[in-house]
Design a protein around this ligand. Structure first.
Ligand SMILES: [Zn+2]
Ligand SMILES: [Zn+2]
Length: 192
């Protein structure tokens, strides 16, 4: 990803690998993480209102040591400028991604795993050299958060936007400018 800063330094979002049952049932844990600094993405600035909530579901579906499947669901309140009038607009976002942490050695000769990833299409395979006692998920929580930032927002469905002539917010009243609605280029398009 480009233009994305590192995760918030105070984020502590790691799970103890020994707590994940070997039978395949999921281990659940949730984290409340401090709001990060505003983020630049999609060419605009996002501010965060309140903490980031991350729910983690980790399971060990295969033979022991084969891999850890982690589903991360992130919820956050973001604030970004309205696409029409630039007023700060709050939005609740929620998104999830799945990651399969798998030993580099077992990954190479494990075609079944590859098939599974292809079939679902939405599992990111993360090869690791060894499983540490704790699995730090903060970079992945960060990734889920950033990938789910909305490309734009409207303060209201019928936001009137800014006057292209004087720049006044037309939601606050008519500025009296005479907009030329007979743009010849638009007229051509209308005829199509
Ligand atoms: Zn607006
Ligand atoms: Zn105007």
């Amino acid at each position: 990803m480009t233009g994305v800063t590192a995760p918030h330094p105070e984020w502590e979002c790691a799970i103890r690998v020994s707590l994940i049952p070997s039978g395949g049932e999921p281990y659940l844990e949730s984290f409340e993480l401090p709001a990060p600094d505003p983020v630049e993405h999609w060419g605009q600035t996002y501010a965060f209102r309140g903490p980031i909530l991350a729910a983690v579901e980790a399971s060990s579906p295969g033979a022991s040591g084969a891999g850890i499947l982690v589903k991360i669901t992130v919820r956050a309140e973001v604030s970004l400028p309205c696409s029409r009038c630039l007023r700060q607009t709050g939005l609740a976002i929620v998104g999830d991604l799945r990651y399969l942490f798998t030993l580099r050695s077992s990954h190479e000769d494990c075609p079944e795993r590859e098939e599974g990833a292809d079939r679902d299409g939405d599992i990111d395979v993360i090869p690791v050299d060894a499983f540490e006692a704790v699995l730090d998920l903060s970079p992945y929580v960060w990734e889920v958060l950033v990938l789910n930032l909305p490309e734009g927002a409207l303060c209201a469905d019928d936001c009137k936007g800014l006057c292209p002539i004087c720049g006044k917010d037309k939601n606050e009243g008519d500025c009296g400018c005479k907009e030329d609605n007979t743009d010849p280029r638009l007229a051509v398009l209308r005829e199509l």
